[in-house]
Design a protein around this ligand. Structure first.
Ligand SMILES: [Fe+2]
Length: 257
């Protein structure tokens, strides 16, 4: 018996790709926010819209007193005032929301992305019988050459799906099950911005998913075979070296990111 309420549509592949968001959004909604330096999966900064208790920080909710599951996030007024459209997009779903923040990621390589791939810690302290927490990715900048790399098994490239990230791309991922990271390529060297939200599985989220033409399997974006082989080799060497250094693989310890 499942211990948490889940969305059956995610069972097969661990993700769904949804209709792209078509309304224009003023880039000031993510550029003008207050960011905190917080390293996760590469060269990143984060701007929270909702956090554990309304502070501008990005820690897992279990770090606080009292600790809590990644739900009932507190909206940060000074940030949501700058990003009203983004805030509304998330709130309109009607699901319980935990961490909600914009990630800023600098360009990287395929090998970097594989090296940084990890599982999220979304359900710590989440009581049994309540909804399983998933991650919703809403791509903001137009990065059609960048891809979200998902793997069921980080050591098995055949389990990989690469989902391209033009502006408006929306995907819902069981990121505690699926290894994930982004390979961000931009010829101008600009950062990628994406709104990432912890959302609780339940009727509201399921309704929203079905209103947005969910696709449980998409064709992977093209990847040159030579590049794939080189990236895999470099990334696995770096992952092995890191594991040797720590004495364990730190990405097996679920990430707060
Ligand atoms: Fe993550």
């Amino acid at each position: 018996m499942p211990r948490h309420l889940t969305l059956p549509i995610l069972e097969e592949t661990g993700y769904v790709v949804l209709d792209s968001y078509q309304q224009p959004i003023d880039p000031a909604e993510w550029k003008d926010l207050e960011y905190v330096d917080w390293k996760s999966s590469g060269d990143t900064r984060f701007a929270p819209l909702a956090s554990a208790y309304g502070q501008i920080e990005c820690n897992g909710f279990w770090h606080f007193d009292p600790p809590k599951a990644d739900k009932d996030g507190v909206w940060i007024d000074s940030q949501t005032a700058i990003a009203p459209t983004l805030t509304r997009r998330v709130q309109e779903i009607g699901a319980n929301v935990g961490r909600c923040r914009i990630i800023e990621l600098q360009p990287n390589s395929y090998a970097d992305a594989l090296y940084n791939s990890h599982l999220d810690d979304n359900n710590r302290l989440n009581p049994e019988g309540e909804g399983w927490v998933l991650r919703l990715f809403m791509q903001l900048t137009h990065n059609p050459d960048s891809v979200m790399i998902l793997r069921e098994d980080i050591n098995d490239p055949s389990t990989e799906t690469r989902i391209s990230l033009p502006a408006g791309a929306q995907l819902l991922v069981d990121s505690e099950r699926m290894w994930h990271s982004v390979w961000h390529q931009d010829s101008a060297g600009e950062a990628r911005h994406c709104l990432i939200t912890s959302v609780e599985s339940g009727p509201a989220l399921e309704k929203w998913v079905f209103e947005n033409s969910p696709r449980t399997k998409v064709e992977s974006a093209f990847l040159d075979q030579g590049e794939a082989f080189r990236g895999e080799t470099i990334a696995q060497e770096r992952r092995s070296a890191r594991t040797a250094y720590y004495g364990y693989d730190p990405t097996m310890v679920m990430s707060e990111a």
